[in-house]
Design a protein around this ligand. Structure first.
Ligand code: ADP
Length: 251
């Protein structure tokens, strides 16, 4: 903030300054409330996996000796909840850090090679096949690490919310290259499409609970996309599947 001097100002100028001042206070108040909501949501979401870990650890401590059959289930739950907490913490740190500190390095990327490589990593990790469709060589200007992160958020959602088919189409329209990710999964109801990019928002918690996740993926995606000038379009039909198109600068 710059210091403002009220000396020698006319009445009209003072009234105008007063209005600006009120506007600034409103903005600060809204930002503060958003921040407060964010911290409260984050604590709440982190508490769930922590409670699960605590109760399984407690169960093992009390009954582990006499009930070795509890062992596998408990370790499995503790392990997957710990992973969920780590992922959530990483996403929260990314959201808390300002984009200016992200150290974006733009370069020319061969999208087909890039996609083939990313799909290989994904397939090895999750044993899910990805079909890649493309006609010509397509180039985009982007940051390799950030683009990979962005792509993985959408591929991971396609995996979590569908059983079989995931396809990626790469192409060009005008000055932009595009990457379209298609799944034939559970889809998203029309009236929820806008909201899924909000922090912590999940369509029907019961439906999505078993897939893990935090409701943070798409808000992180939005931040990354802004930083590397990617436009996101999302289309979905409930029960049929979801299509996400990323438009990238291609100069
Ligand atoms: P999460 O960690 O819950 O996946 P996201 O922010 O990535 O968080 O997504 C928010 C919500 O949007 C998800 O909980 C899910 O309900 C819905 N969603 C996102 N991608 C898809 C998809 N490909 N198919 C169906 N639902 C999706």
């Amino acid at each position: 903030f710059k210091r403002i001097s009220f000396k020698g100002k006319s009445k009209d100028e003072l009234v105008e300054m007063g209005e600006t001042f009120n506007h600034m206070i409103d903005l600060l108040q809204t930002n503060y409330e958003k921040q407060e909501q964010f911290v409260s949501n984050a604590s709440h979401e982190l508490k769930t996996p922590l409670t699960i870990i605590e109760s399984y650890a407690d169960l093992l401590k009390r009954r582990g000796m006499e009930r070795p059959d509890l062992f596998d289930e408990s370790i499995e739950a503790i392990h997957s909840e710990a992973i969920r907490m780590r992922e959530m913490t990483e996403q929260l740190l990314l959201l808390a850090k300002h984009q200016e500190q992200w150290n974006i390095k733009l370069e020319k990327i061969n999208l087909i090679e890039f996609m083939a490589e990313s799909a290989k990593v994904f397939q090895n990790a999750y044993h899910r096949n990805i079909e890649i469709h493309s006609k010509d060589e397509i180039f985009a200007t982007s940051d390799v690490q950030k683009l990979k992160q962005l792509l993985f958020i959408f591929l991971d959602n396609a995996r979590k919310y569908s059983d079989e088919f995931i396809a990626v189409y790469i192409g060009k329209t005008g000055n932009e290259a595009y990457v379209r990710i298609e799944d034939r999964g559970i889809g998203i109801p029309k009236n929820e499409l806008e909201k899924v990019f909000d922090r912590f928002y999940r369509v029907d918690k019961a439906r999505t609970r078993k897939q893990g996740g935090s409701g943070l993926g798409l808000s992180v995606a939005k931040e990354i996309a802004d930083a590397i000038h990617v436009r996101i379009e999302m289309d979905s039909l409930e029960g049929r599947g979801t299509t996400v198109t990323l438009f990238l600068p291609s100069k």
